[in-house]
Design a protein. Structure first.
Lengths: 375, 259
C-alpha cells in the first residue's frame, strides 16, 4: 500500500464486505437478485468512484489501490465486484473526453455514488467485432435519435443511465459515437434478463432503443470518436476484471485450503497428501502471479506510461488462472465441491464469464500479438 | 452545540480474546477496533451536528493503539479527538476510567452534551456513563433508543421489557444510547482523507493533573482475582423418530418447563 490512507481504505472495504456483503451473498446469489442497495452503501462510502480525480468528484485513488479494493470485494461477492468495475467503465468516456460542462452536468451525478451505470457496447451480431455494430443515431434538430438493440448489458433495468456506443456515420470503426442516455428516456426498453450460468446477481439483458431522443449535449467526445473511447475504456476496465478474477480465485483457494486441512481420509487430513498439497501450491502460484500481473499493469497506468498490452496480459492471465483455480477448488472439495452447500461450484461458474466479457481471451491474445508485432 | 462522545478501543470480538498475567484484558496481542456499540453514539452525535451546528469531539482512554478508535470516529465525521494515554493507566477499572474521562472532558472545553454507548463490547459493564455523569455533576439519561435535543433540553426513550420511559433532562447532560437508536454510517473515502487533517490531542496523567495513585491497577477499587473460560456448550439431546418423535419432543419440552 502506497500510503496510510490506502491501508485505511482497504480496511474500510473489508469492514463493509464483512458486515454488508458476506451475510447476504449466498441467499442473493441463489435467488438471483440484483443487490441495488449494496451499491448505494458502497457509493456512500466513496467506493464507486475511487479511480477518478477528486476535482471531478472521484476519490483520486491510484489504480493500483482501486484494483485492490475490487479484489477485496470479489473475494466476498463476485457479482458486486464486477458491478463496481462496470460502473467505473461507464464513467470513463465522460471523465476522459467530456467537456467541462458535461463533467459538471453529467459526471458529478455519475460519480456521486447514488447512481449506477450500464455500458452498452455489444450487440447480438457485433460481439468481438464491435466495429460492425448497427445501432444507429441520426442527427436531427437539437439532438440525436437512437434506434437499435444492444445485447448482454450488465445492470440493464437497474442502471440509472446507459453509456452507449452507436453508429453515427457509415465509416466502420471510425463512424461510432458515445452518448450518455438516461434510463428514463422515452423509447428505451429492457428485455427479460438472460438465463446465465453464473454471476446470478448481475442481471444481463438486451436494451432496445426505439427512436430514443438524446440532447446534443449528451454526445460525449467528438462525433466518430466512439470506437477509440470504447477501446480505451476497456483497457482500463480489463484491469478491473483481472482484479475481480484474482479476488474470486483467492476466495476459492482459501476455501480449498480450509477444507483440505479439516477433511480426513485414510486417517489423515487430505491436505497431507502430496497430490493435493501440490495442487494447492499451484493454486497459490496462480493467484499470486495473477495479482502481480494486474498490479504491474496498474503501476504503468498510474505512472502515465502505455499499459494496454500489459492490461490485456493481466486480463488473460488472471481470468485463465481464476478458471483453473476455481475448477481445482471444486476438485479439492470432492463431492461437496459439486454441491451448492459450498460456494466452490459458484466460484467456478462465476469464473467462466471472466474469460468471455470485456474482450474474450482470444481477443486479449489478439491485442497482445498486435502490440508485439506493431500492427 | 458542542458534543463530546466517549469511545473505547476494544479487542476484536472475532479474534481470540485473552488475558494477561495481571488478569487484565490483553490489548496488545490482538487486533482492536472502535467498540461497535460506541459507533451508535458517534452516529447520534453526527446526526445532531448535521441537523444544527456544532462540533463533535471524541474522547478515549486507552493504550497507544486506542488512537485507532479516535481515528475511526474522525473518519466517520467527528471534528476532533482526545486520547488519554499513559503507562500508569494500565489496569484502571470503571471508576478510575470515569475519573480520567471526566478530567479529559473538562479540559477539552465547553460542552452541552456528553454521549456514550450502551456498554463496551469487552467489559460490558455499562457503568462508566453513570459514573461519569456523577463526576461531571450532570443529569444522566442512560440507555435510550431515541434522542432529541430541543432548546435547552434533551429527551430520550428507554425501552424495557415491560414499559418504555420517556426521560427528559436539561442541558448540559450525559446520554448513553443503545444499538436501536440508529444505523451507524461507514466512513467514506473522503472522510478517511479528511481525518488526516483533524486535530487529535494526546494527554498524559500529568496533562490532566491526575495523580497516578488514583488510577491503574493500584488505584482501582475493583480487582479481577481470577477468570475462567465459559464451559463449552454441552451436546444437545437428539431425539430419534421411531414413530413417536412428536411425543418425545413434547415430553422433553415439558420436562424443561418450556411448555
Ligand atoms: C455476463 C455477461 C455480461 C456482459 N456485460 C456486457 C456489458 O455490460 N456491456 C457490453 O457491451 N457487453 C457485455 N457483454 C458482452 C461480451 O463483452 C461479449 O459476449 C464478448 O465481447 C464476446 O462477444 P460474443 O458473445 O458476440 O462472442 P463472439 O464474438 O461471437 O465470439 C465467439 C467465439 O469466437 C472467438 N473469436 C471471435 N473473434 C475472434 C478472432 N478474431 N480471433 C479468434 N477468436 C475469435 C471468441 O473468442 C469466442 O470464443 C457481457 C457478456 C456476458 C456473458
Amino acid at each position: 500500500m502506497p500510503t496510510d490512507e490506502s491501508a485505511d481504505l482497504i480496511e474500510l472495504t473489508r469492514e463493509v464486505c464483512r458486515r454488508e456483503l458476506a451475510p447476504r451473498v449466498d441467499a442473493a446469489e441463489a435467488a438471483g437478485e440484483m443487490p441495488r442497495e449494496i451499491f448505494r452503501t458502497l457509493g456512500r462510502s466513496g467506493l464507486l468512484s475511487l479511480p477518478y480525480d477528486e476535482e471531478l468528484g472521484g476519490g483520486g485513488v491510484p489504480y493500483e489501490v482501486y484494483l485492490q479494493v475490487v479484489e477485496e470485494i470479489a473475494s466476498v461477492w463476485m457479482s458486486v465486484a464486477v458491478g463496481v468495475s462496470v460502473h467505473a467503465l461507464t464513467c470513463f468516456p465522460t471523465v476522459t473526453a467530456g467537456t467541462p460542462a458535461q463533467q459538471e452536468s453529467l459526471l458529478r451525478d455519475m460519480l456521486s455514488g447514488e447512481l449506477l451505470g450500464a455500458y452498452c457496447l455489444s450487440e447480438r451480431e457485433a460481439g468481438s467485432d464491435i466495429a460492425s455494430m448497427r445501432t444507429r443515431a441520426v442527427e436531427h434538430e437539437g439532438g440525436f435519435s437512437i434506434r437499435g438493440t444492444k445485447a448482454w448489458i450488465s445492470h440493464a433495468g437497474h442502471a440509472d443511465y446507459y453509456t452507449s456506443f452507436v453508429r453515427t456515420d457509415d465509416l466502420g470503426g471510425k463512424g461510432l459515437s458515445c452518448f450518455v442516455v438516461p434510463a428514463d428516456a422515452a423509447g428505451l426498453t429492457v428485455a427479460t434478463p438472460e438465463r446465465k450460468m453464473g454471476l446470478a446477481c448481475d442481471p444481463v439483458a438486451e436494451v432496445t432503443f426505439d427512436d430514443v431522443h438524446v440532447d446534443a449535449d449528451r454526445l460525449v467526445g467528438e462525433r466518430g470518436q466512439g470506437m477509440q473511447l470504447a477501446l480505451a475504456a476497456l483497457d482500463a476496465g480489463r484491469l478491473g476484471i483481472a482484479a475481480a478474477a484474482t479476488g474470486l480465485a483467492q476466495a476459492a483457494l482459501d476455501l480449498a485450503v480450509r477444507y483440505a486441512g479439516e477433511r480426513q481420509q485414510f486417517g489423515r487430513s487430505i491436505g497431507g497428501f502430496q497430490g493435493l498439497g501440490f495442487m494447492l501450491a499451484d493454486m497459490e502460484a496462480a493467484v499470486s502471479s495473477a495479482r502481480s500481473s494486474y498490479l504491474f499493469a496498474a503501476r504503468l497506468k498510474d505512472a502515465g506510461r502505455p499499459f494496454s498490452k500489459q492490461a490485456a496480459v493481466a486480463k488473460l492471465m488472471a481470468t485463465d488462472n481464476a478458471m483453473k483455480v476455481t475448477t481445482d477448488a471444486v476438485q479439492v472439495l470432492g463431492g461437496a465441491g459439486y454441491t451448492a452447500d459450498f460456494p466452490a461450484e459458484r466460484f467456478m461458474r462465476d469464473a467462466k464469464v471472466t474469460q468471455i466479457f470485456e474482450g474474450t481471451n482470444q481477443i486479449q491474445r489478439l491485442v497482445i500479438s498486435r502490440h508485439l508485432l506493431n500492427h | 452545540m458542542n458534543i463530546v462522545v466517549c469511545v473505547k478501543y476494544v479487542p476484536d470480538a472475532q479474534g481470540d480474546r485473552t488475558f494477561k498475567d495481571d488478569n487484565t484484558t490483553d490489548r496488545e496481542g490482538v487486533d482492536g477496533l472502535l467498540s461497535e456499540l460506541d459507533e451508535y453514539a458517534v452516529e447520534a452525535a453526527l446526526k445532531l451536528k448535521e441537523s444544527g451546528e456544532g462540533e463533535v469531539t471524541v474522547v478515549t482512554v486507552g493504550p497507544e493503539a486506542a488512537a485507532d478508535a479516535v481515528k475511526k470516529s474522525l473518519q466517520m465525521g467527528a471534528d476532533k479527538g482526545v486520547h488519554v494515554c499513559d503507562d500508569a493507566i494500565h489496569g484502571s477499572d470503571a471508576a478510575a476510567t470515569s475519573l480520567l474521562l471526566a478530567e479529559a472532558i473538562k479540559k477539552s472545553g465547553e460542552y452541552d452534551l456528553v454521549l456514550a454507548g450502551l456498554a463496551s463490547t469487552d467489559g460490558t459493564m455499562s457503568v462508566v456513563p453513570a459514573m461519569l455523569a456523577e463526576r461531571l455533576g450532570l443529569p444522566q439519561v442512560t440507555q435510550v433508543s431515541t434522542l432529541e435535543v430541543e432548546g435547552g433540553t434533551v429527551k430520550g426513550r428507554r425501552d424495557s421489557d415491560v414499559a418504555s420511559d420517556t426521560i427528559e433532562a436539561s442541558l448540559p447532560a450525559l446520554v448513553s444510547v443503545t444499538d436501536q437508536i440508529n444505523e451507524p454510517r461507514y466512513p467514506s473515502f473522503k472522510g478517511i482523507m479528511a481525518a488526516k487533517k483533524k486535530p487529535v490531542e494526546t494527554w498524559s496523567l500529568a496533562d490532566l493533573g491526575v495523580d497516578a495513585e488514583r488510577v491503574g491497577l493500584a488505584g482501582s477499587w475493583t480487582k479481577v482475582t481470577s477468570f475462567a473460560k465459559r464451559p463449552p456448550r454441552e451436546k444437545g439431546e437428539i431425539v430419534t423418530d421411531e414413530g413417536d418423535g412428536g411425543t418425545k419432543l413434547a415430553e422433553y419440552l415439558a420436562a424443561q418447563k418450556f411448555v
